[in-house]
Write a protein that binds this ligand. Sequence first.
Ligand code: FMN
Length: 199
Amino acid sequence: MKRVLIFAAICLSTSSLSAQDIQLPTPQKTGGKPLMEAINLRQSNRTFVDKDLDNQTLANLMWSAYGFNRNDKRVVPSANNKQEFSVFIALKSGVYLYDASANKLIQRLKGDHRSEFGKQDFVAKASANLAYVADLDKADGNMARIDCGFIAQNVYLFCASSGLSTVARGYFDQAELKKLLNLDDKQEVILCQSVGFSK
Ligand SMILES: Cc1cc2nc3c(=O)[nH]c(=O)nc-3n(C[C@H](O)[C@H](O)[C@H](O)COP(=O)(O)O)c2cc1C
């Protein structure tokens, strides 16, 4: 009996050690460049150097994309408040699903899958590749495409404000990405977006 308990304790401790979720710091909701300056700086940039984003920047980035700014409402609008998106992020350490309520990145895959988030060479070098995934049970495809634009634009403005490079990308393989992310039939990747450093 004692041996069984010791074995169970070892298994439990190894499994909690292997959980590689990232608990993000509180996002910084003030500061940055003034809005008009950020709008003026917004642009697509496809030059990336392979360098990790720190956790504070990750927290700010994910909150800008799809965080809550009221109890149950997001920083981005959605038609009929359907909030139909899941936001995935590929980092060098793995692929994660953003849990905005818990302010956490939930690990879905281990290892570097950044290059699988797009078809262009620079994608593998971006610090982070985001995938905006709509649940088409909650909203129809047209509305989802419009809603997605707000997410991508928030990320563009966050990057402009923070001196990061970014580009929205429609050029990815839908079937490959669906398989990689283990999406169900009703989920569709609407857009990807690379984020990182240009130098
Ligand atoms: C819906 C959408 C899809 C895009 N897809 C790609 C893409 O697959 N690859 C890419 O390099 N740029 C992509 N872009 C970026 C555009 O090429 C870019 O926004 C455009 O050239 C204007 O440049 P700017 O963003 O610097 O103003 C996309 C932009 C949008 C809005």
